[in-house]
Design a protein around this ligand. Structure first.
Ligand SMILES: [Zn+2]
Length: 244
């Protein structure tokens, strides 16, 4: 099928799935390459992906000296405990190990009734702060909305709310299940780096993530606004120019 025909078929499928009465129910929730459909309800498994690890430290705070890979794993473990007994949890990494992004995407794929939540801490040279949530798939919009709202409610008001960003990343485009990437805060911002160094703050952020995930599990996309338009773009590759 050429890309145009494929796109047209995909749009037809998208609207058909919106109209289906059981779309989003636990029994119908299959993995899907494009994710051009409403968000999931009743999923049973949450894959928690702690960003970076091993030889890849991610961002390192100049204020606290803490590394993103350690903060992300700590937050992932807190989220795992918060979800205990409420959802099946799969940890992408349990310790300080390095996993290629493409391996993370493929490990998350091919599973029904599953979502992926990737946890990161941010860095920038421009002095900004506040939580951010990345998503790409239409079926991840509701979850991203819930996660961003929940993180913004924990973040101090002066931090602002960096909002949701629709971006084709390897962990937002390539898995064939609903997937989002949560950036808890900016390690490059001194005050926010100190906040992120506080275990109580990370616990509150993990609790916010758990609440958002369980709300999505119980309610699907209800109350998360209208769905974004489907985008037909190829999987993200390491050779892609930044920001594409
Ligand atoms: Zn990161």
């Amino acid at each position: 099928m050429n890309p145009r025909t494929f796109a047209a078929a995909g749009i037809a499928l998208f609207f058909a799935s919106c109209a289906a009465p059981d779309s989003g129910s636990a029994t119908s929730w299959k993995h899907d390459e494009w994710g051009h459909r409403p968000g999931p309800k009743g999923f049973h498994t949450v894959i928690i992906d702690a960003g970076h690890g091993g030889k890849d430290p991610g961002a390192i705070s100049r204020t606290t000296g803490l590394k993103e890979k350690d903060l992300a794993l700590d937050t992932a473990r807190r989220l795992q405990r918060q979800l205990s007994g409420k959802a099946r949890v799969v940890m992408m990494r349990k310790g300080d190990s390095f996993i290629e992004l493409d391996d993370r995407a493929s490990r998350a794929s091919g599973r029904d009734g599953t979502i992926l939540v990737s946890i990161h801490y941010n860095s920038s040279s421009s002095g900004i702060r506040g939580p951010e949530t990345y998503y790409w798939r239409v079926d991840s919009h509701g979850l991203a909305t819930r996660v961003q709202r929940a993180m913004a409610s924990v973040s101090p008001s002066e931090s602002g709310n960096r909002g949701m960003v629709r971006r084709r990343l390897r962990l937002t485009r390539n898995p064939d299940v609903p997937c989002i990437l949560a950036e808890i805060g900016y390690l490059s911002h001194p005050a926010e780096a100190r906040l992120c160094a506080d275990p109580n703050y990370r616990e509150r952020m993990a609790s916010a993530l758990a609440r958002a995930i369980l709300d999505q599990q119980a309610k699907g996309d209800a109350g998360t606004g209208s769905l974004p338009k489907p985008i037909y773009a190829p999987p993200s590759r390491p050779t892609d120019p930044p920001g594409s």
